[in-house]
Design a protein around this ligand. Structure first.
Ligand SMILES: *Cc1c(COP(=O)(O)O)cnc(C)c1O
Length: 425
């Protein structure tokens, strides 16, 4: 059992006097799970240590960033070395090209790509490119999918937004979202129907190929295939938002795992090795519309930041070692098999893909956003608090995933399973 979080409570009080809600990203406030945040002192491997000196097993892992565990020795060293050479130039450096080449090795569909600072920027920019390329306006997204906080994407969005009742945001004018069409996830028929009526007006279809931001919701195989078919048929740019799934479900992300080639892809989270970096890219003929080659403008003061590039290069180097994903998958398989036994008959759904999983406190299968809304949030909140009291930080929302890293050893996972069993009881 962890110690009372007195110093964190004081730190939160102080933070609230200057930062809205005391946090720089809303879910961190832990409101929907009925508690207050712990403030972190340091993180290493599968553990975070809070300022009250509680050592806690992390299953959120900075929302999936740290597949190698927190503070990987060589990644941190690469970043420190880079800082010693200057932390931003506003002039090209070779590490930008080297990381771009590595990303393309993993994602051959990203024939050309550009770095930005966040997943939000990546999806925003990819959509602008798709609109510039097609000369069309309409964007299709799926209910419960989260693609960052750009105005035109905050329609029926997942992640932290899913905790807001109307699943949208104030401050977004109607006009900004009038070109965004929202379809239900995993509904092939609705997708085909929409495209048969409006396909020729659509610029892009953006999808989380595994919907991590409404919990982990895995696509039906024919649904994902259908996104490729209808977009091809109507000349629509298919964007896979692999900000979470990229370098997570396989080195080449969901598109490698499911064998589907999108026209454009966004990656983030893992790619910067814990620093603010993300990328968008795709077919060379599409990416050519970007300035300075073409008419679509996009830019960034810190884009391709040399520290983030160095950390990204070292991260992808380690991930490309033979057997990395096979080992992670095997360990996850064993964990999930035992978890399935624990939750059997308890009114809980286990959704899983590779090293990501979510427990839904829901008595029927979760295939789309409407299903997620039937989950018992109060029960989830109690589960979260109970796990935290045992020293385990699971992702603090029913609509997020948990992430197993290379450093979640069998010993750690044994303790987690035991704790889940007791918490549920
Ligand atoms: C996290 C995430 C984003 C947004 O990335 P930020 O770096 O938080 O802006 C976009 N799409 C998906 C699928 C994500 O998981």
């Amino acid at each position: 059992m962890i110690k009372e979080r007195l110093l964190s409570a004081a730190a939160f009080e102080r933070a609230q006097q200057v930062i809205p809600g005391g946090v720089n990203s809303p879910v961190r406030a832990l409101r929907s799970v009925g508690t207050t945040p712990l403030f972190v002192k340091e993180a290493k491997g599968a553990y975070i240590t809070d300022i009250d000196d509680n050592r806690i097993i992390d299953f959120c892992m900075s929302w999936g960033v740290f597949i190698l565990g927190h503070n990987n020795g060589r990644v941190s060293q690469a970043a420190v070395d880079a800082v010693g050479r200057g932390s931003s130039y506003g002039i090209p450096c070779e590490n930008e090209t080297i990381l771009a080449e590595k990303v393309r090795e993993a994602f051959p569909t990203m024939e050309r790509l550009r770095f930005v600072n966040s997943g939000t920027e990546a999806t925003m920019s990819a959509i602008r490119v798709a609109r510039g390329y097609t000369g069309r306006d309409i964007l299709v997204k799926f209910e419960g999918n989260y693609h960052g906080h750009a105005d035109h994407l905050l329609v029926a969005a997942g992640s932290g937004v899913a905790n807001i009742s109307n699943a949208s945001s104030a401050g977004v004018p109607d006009g900004f979202v009038k070109y965004t069409a929202v379809l239900p996830y995993n509904d092939t028929e609705a997708l085909r129907r929409f495209f048969s009526e409006h396909g020729h007006e659509v610029a892009a279809l953006i999808i989380e190929p595994v919907a991590c931001n409404m919990g982990v919701v895995v696509p039906d195989e024919d649904f994902l295939k259908a996104t490729r078919e209808v977009t091809k048929q109507y000349g629509v740019v298919l964007i896979f938002d692999e900000v979470i799934t990229g370098f997570r479900l396989a080195f080449g992300g969901a598109q490698q795992r499911f064998g589907i080639k999108p026209d454009m892809t966004t990656v983030g989270k893992i790619v910067g090795g814990g620093f603010p970096a993300a990328a968008f890219g795709g077919r060379a003929d599409i990416m050519q519309v970007l300035a300075p080659e073409g008419p679509v403008y996009q830019a960034g003061t810190l884009s391709g930041n040399p520290v983030a590039m160095a950390a990204g290069i070292e991260t992808l180097t380690q991930l490309s070692h033979p057997g990395f994903y096979e080992t992670l998958e095997r360990r996850s398989d064993a964990f999930i098999a035992r978890l399935e036994e624990i939750i059997a008959g308890k009114g809980i759904q286990l959704n899983r893909c590779g090293s990501m999983f979510t427990l839904f406190f829901n008595d029927s299968p979760v295939r789309n956003f409407r299903n997620t809304q039937r989950s018992d949030q109060q029960r989830f909140a109690r589960y979260f608090r109970n796990m935290l009291s045992r020293g385990i930080y699971v992702s603090p929302s029913q609509f997020e995933g948990n992430f197993i890293s290379e450093l979640h050893t069998d010993e750690i996972l044994d303790y987690v399973l035991e704790s889940i069993a007791q918490s549920i009881d």
